[in-house]
Design a protein around this ligand. Structure first.
Ligand code: FA5
Length: 341
């Protein structure tokens, strides 16, 4: 058996030198160290070895295993280095991709965003990305807001010299996403939004929303209310008081405003809720047929709902943050408190 082990060691070292890809390296590892690998197979015969020889053979097998693991780890590093160098040379290496070990803490908005994504993923939604720089068509026209429509006044933003703009709401991605996925569709797309706002405790010029669309046959207001309720009860893990009232958005009909009872003052009235006891959180409604048509959706067959959750405000309510400006402050002393990883 000792000889068998020595042979395995020699064969493995020879094979390892010829390996050039990570996939081949993984196959090699499984071949030798896997559940049915050659080294494991030899070890399974230990019962046949005499009692005196067993510790010697056991020690040798362990040494061979340890040395193989070490060699595999070295080889893996070499192969990754070569692959990165190759990607850097041909320009396909993404230097902006976030590292796995980022250190630091997650931003409270990111924590809540991930939580909501997980909730919706279990309900069959896919997660999409939107752009921060958009064209006027996607941000306004495709949402039934033509030039000179008064609804544009409520969402003034920053324009670029080339006519593009910083998107005012996540709804700006609706048209692109409808065209990309077609119906039926269940999708969630979070994103950073920008508005030319006078800031106060609940308004910032840069904030996050999270948009959701569900398009299918027979999608109705009942579906909309069910999803909104599930979302809030999962996030707050307790009953929160909400109110649903009619709301106007040119891209939904009917449209609603879902407000949350201010959790900072318990509805008594405070600067965060502008003394009203309520905070606008989750506008929503049934997608306007013209918006569906502009998105290439057959309105004879499909209906859908859309919502535009104020993610930054939800984060404030969840963690009892009474001023929105804290969240963009970059003040680590404050932000660190919310990391719950
Ligand atoms: C919209 O932006 C619509 N696109 C939402 C929508 C989507 C309606 C789909 C219907 C269907 P509104 O301007 O109300 O609507 O903004 C939505 C939410 O974003 C608000 O309820 C609020 O929670 C948040 N929000 C808006 N402006 C600000 C701001 N300046 N600072 C922080 N949060 C804001």
């Amino acid at each position: 058996m000792k000889q068998q082990l020595e042979n395995i060691k020699e064969k493995a070292s020879l094979e390892l030198t010829d390996i050039n890809t990570i996939n081949d390296l993984e196959a090699f590892r499984i071949n030798y160290l896997g559940k049915n690998g050659s080294l494991t197979a030899v070890l399974k015969q230990m019962g046949k070895v005499s009692a005196e020889e067993r510790p010697i053979i056991g020690q040798l097998a362990n040494e061979i295993r340890a040395s193989l693991e070490k060699e595999i780890a070295i080889k893996e590093k070499q192969l990754i280095k070569i692959a990165i160098e190759k990607e850097l040379l041909n320009g396909t290496f993404d230097t902006t991709y976030p590292s796995k070990n980022i250190g630091g803490t997650l931003h409270p908005i990111t924590i809540v965003q991930k939580e909501i994504e997980d909730i919706f993923k279990t309900m069959g939604f896919i997660i999409e990305d939107g752009f921060e720089i958009e064209n006027e068509y996607n941000n306004f026209e495709a949402l039934n807001i033509p030039k000179h429509h008064p609804a544009r006044d409520m969402q003034d933003t920053y324009y670029l010299d080339n006519g593009q703009l910083l998107k005012t709401h996540t709804s700006a991605a609706q048209n692109r996403i409808m065209r990309k996925y077609k119906a039926p569709l269940k999708v969630l797309f979070p994103g950073r939004c920008f508005r030319n706002e006078a800031t106060d405790a609940s308004h910032d010029n840069t904030f996050f929303q999270m948009e959701g669309l569900m398009i299918g046959e027979d999608v109705s207001i009942s579906n909309l209310i069910y999803f909104m309720k599930s979302l809030l009860s999962e996030v707050f893990k307790k009953d929160v008081k909400v109110r649903l009232r009619p709301g106007f958005f040119p891209f939904v009909e009917p449209g609603f405003e879902l407000d949350i009872n201010c959790l900072i003052c318990g509805g008594e009235g405070c600067p965060t809720c502008h003394q009203s006891g309520w905070l606008e959180l989750l506008p929503c409604g049934m997608i306007h047929p013209s918006v569906l048509e502009m998105g290439g959706i057959d309105t004879e067959k499909y209906t859908g709902f859309a919502f535009g959750l104020g993610l930054t405000r939800l984060t404030m309510m969840k963690y009892g943050i009474n001023d929105i400006r804290v969240l963009n402050s970059g003040n680590l002393k404050v932000l660190k408190q919310f990391d719950v990883r």
